[in-house]
Design a protein. Structure first.
Length: 167
């Protein structure tokens, strides 16, 4: 297999610059591991570069990247290697993605959600996608997305009770 030189026309660099936070954030939300998120990040942009796809609209590019991140993350989390590994000691320090402690508490609560709620909540609040866009990316009906958002919010409210909610 012949390796193609990296294009220097700013194409791939511009796409990475534009979508790096979105791709890494979704990979981290999906895998729960910074190391796995790094791998998914690299594989996503490698797949983009190798595909040679040309998108008519920026929304199509964004949707393709989101779908690719989800597929690659699913492959990482479903791998037999991951099921056979033993987690590190619970007491070891884990890198926190945010500077503020309160933001880290919300992030940790989000990570505790089941994936069916975590991904729509992440896409809605962190990536600011509409329920229609989330439905398209996840291949769901918009009503299903709205229901998962509602249930995800309820679960977050229960997890964060006392921290941010009085009830």
């Amino acid at each position: 297999m012949e390796i193609q030189p990296l294009r220097t026309d700013g194409g791939i660099e511009a796409v990475i610059q534009t979508y790096q936070n979105m791709v890494y954030g979704l990979a981290l939300a999906r895998t729960g591991s910074p190391a796995d998120a790094d791998d998914v990040f690299q594989e996503t942009f490698l797949a983009y570069f190798q595909s040679g796809k040309i998108f008519r609209e920026e929304e199509h590019r964004k949707a393709w990247l989101l779908r690719t991140v989800l597929n690659l993350s699913r492959r990482v989390t479903a791998s037999s290697w991951r099921r056979k590994t033993v987690p590190l000691e619970e007491g070891e320090a884990v890198a926190q993605p945010f500077r503020e402690q309160s933001e880290n508490q919300v992030w940790n609560a989000l990570q505790e959600l089941d994936e069916e709620y975590r991904i729509p909540v992440y896409l809605f609040y962190f990536e600011e996608l509409s329920t229609g866009e989330i439905a398209q990316v996840l291949s769901l009906r918009p009503g299903t997305v709205r229901m998962r958002l509602s249930r995800g919010r309820d679960k977050l409210r229960q997890t964060l009770k006392g921290e941010y909610f009085d009830e």
